[in-house]
Design a protein around this ligand. Structure first.
Ligand code: NAD
Ligand code: TYD
Length: 357
């Protein structure tokens, strides 16, 4: 099988590529523009493998995408390339519309034109797998039932609105043109190789530096956490087994408040790298909240479990420990991604926030 993966140098995409190369015979065509969030070093041993082909292409470039389809003739597409950070989307939404909406439109059109010329079984078996987020559903109250695939879309941030728009395009390309698609909407991921602007790696690296741990608002927002290797497995499973036109929610069955997450992380650090100045939780500071901050996300993954027999294997405790250990073991990767561009973002984002009121 030949899979065209977009965003394969990012956090989740690189986990997918590493698994395809290590655990299957598939050839991966990795299409990535290498934005600040993309890093070929995250591919590990897969990077130089003969079944891994890297295409340095921006999905906003339609003719480049058409060339990639013509040259590599994939059996399936797994589309992960996106601008993915809510706080950045609040500061600069245009890039999110460009990549997430226009880029997805380009990819759909390039895929449709290629797929329409396939014949027989090749055309029937082709899949366009769009990887999306639970954030398209908006947020939940503290007690309400979790998001199902039938929950109405109500995105809150420029990021989630752009992902919702891309989901709608993918559905429309199925209904109107018959393109065989599957969509997955997943909860918050964590694990190795995550760019340290997201909650868990940011707090982890700040703690190791002895810097403040900036919790937005009161830290009572809830997220449903899934270990990235579990997500990558679920994605491969849905691409192989999912029904055309169907959406599957993927979640970790693991709701935690942000404050619980930060305390759990500090406790693992206290054990693995005790700090002579005291417990890491002393560094927690409450800072100005994110505008429009979604209160709670939770995923009902009954469809995925019942129809495709998938469930996560990693608990939050085991996944968090593996994650901390990975960051401790990979200081070179960390140093390289914390380059000038990263520092500028951190300085701007947290200077704006100041301390809590
Ligand atoms: P990421 O930001 O770590 O990686 C995104 C990758 O896409 C990077 O390698 C980047 O270089 C590439 N990219 C960005 N713009 C591009 C463009 N115009 N053309 C080509 N490549 C481009 O993101 P991630 O956390 O790995 O998320 C991957 C996908 O999964 C996204 O679609 C995201 O919406 C979705 N998702 C993420 C989470 C999460 O918790 N991280 C949860 C659910 C769904
Ligand atoms: P994030 O990792 O940005 O993911 P998302 O917004 O997609 O859920 O944030 C996870 C949660 O952590 C979210 O409720 C915002 C909060 N948060 C903080 O409290 N402090 C921070 O410095 C960051 C980056 C996030």
């Amino acid at each position: 099988m030949r899979v065209l993966v977009t965003g394969g140098a990012g956090f989740i995409g690189s986990a997918v590529v590493r698994q395809y190369i290590a655990e299957t015979d598939a050839t991966v065509i990795n299409v990535d523009a290498l934005t600040y969030a993309g890093n070929p070093e995250s591919l590990g041993n897969a990077r130089a493998h003969p079944r891994h082909v890297f295409e340095h292409v921006d999905i906003t470039d339609r003719s480049a995408l058409e060339r990639v389809f013509r040259e590599h003739r994939p059996d399936a597409v797994m589309h992960l390339a996106a601008e993915s950070h809510v706080d950045r989307s609040i500061e600069g939404p245009a890039a999110f519309v460009e990549t997430n909406v226009t880029g997805t439109h380009n990819l759909l059109e390039a895929a449709r034109s290629y797929w329409s010329e396939l014949e027989g079984e090749a055309q029937e078996r082709f899949r366009f797998h769009h990887v999306s987020t639970d954030e398209v559903y908006g947020d939940l109250g503290p007690e309400g039932p979790a998001f199902t695939e039938e929950t109405a879309y109500a995105p809150s941030s420029p990021y989630s609105a752009s992902k919702a728009a891309s989901d709608h395009l993918v559905r429309a390309w199925h209904r109107t043109y018959g393109l065989p698609v599957v969509i997955t909407n997943c909860s918050n991921n964590y694990g190795p190789y995550q760019f340290p602007e997201k909650l868990i790696p940011l707090m982890l690296l700040n703690a190791l530096d002895g810097s403040p741990l900036p919790v937005y608002g009161r830290g009572d927002n809830v997220r449903d956490w899934l270990y990235v290797e579990d997500h990558a497995r679920a994605l491969r499973h849905v691409l192989a087994q999912g029904a055309s036109g169907r959406t599957y929610n993927i979640g970790g069955r693991c709701e935690r408040t942000n404050l619980e997450v930060v305390h759990a992380l500090c406790a693992v650090l206290d054990e693995l790298v005790p700090d002579e100045q005291g417990r890491y939780a002393r560094l927690i500071e409450f800072v100005t909240d994110r505008p429009g901050h979604d209160r709670r996300y939770a995923i009902d993954d009954t469809r995925l479990a019942n129809e495709l027999g998938w469930q996560p294997t990693e608990s939050f405790e085991s996944g968090l420990r593996k994650t901390v250990q990975w960051y401790l073991d990979n200081p070179e990767w960390v140093e390289r991604v914390r380059s000038g561009a990263y520092r500028e973002w951190i300085d701007a984002n947290y200077a704006r926030r100041g301390r809590a009121v």
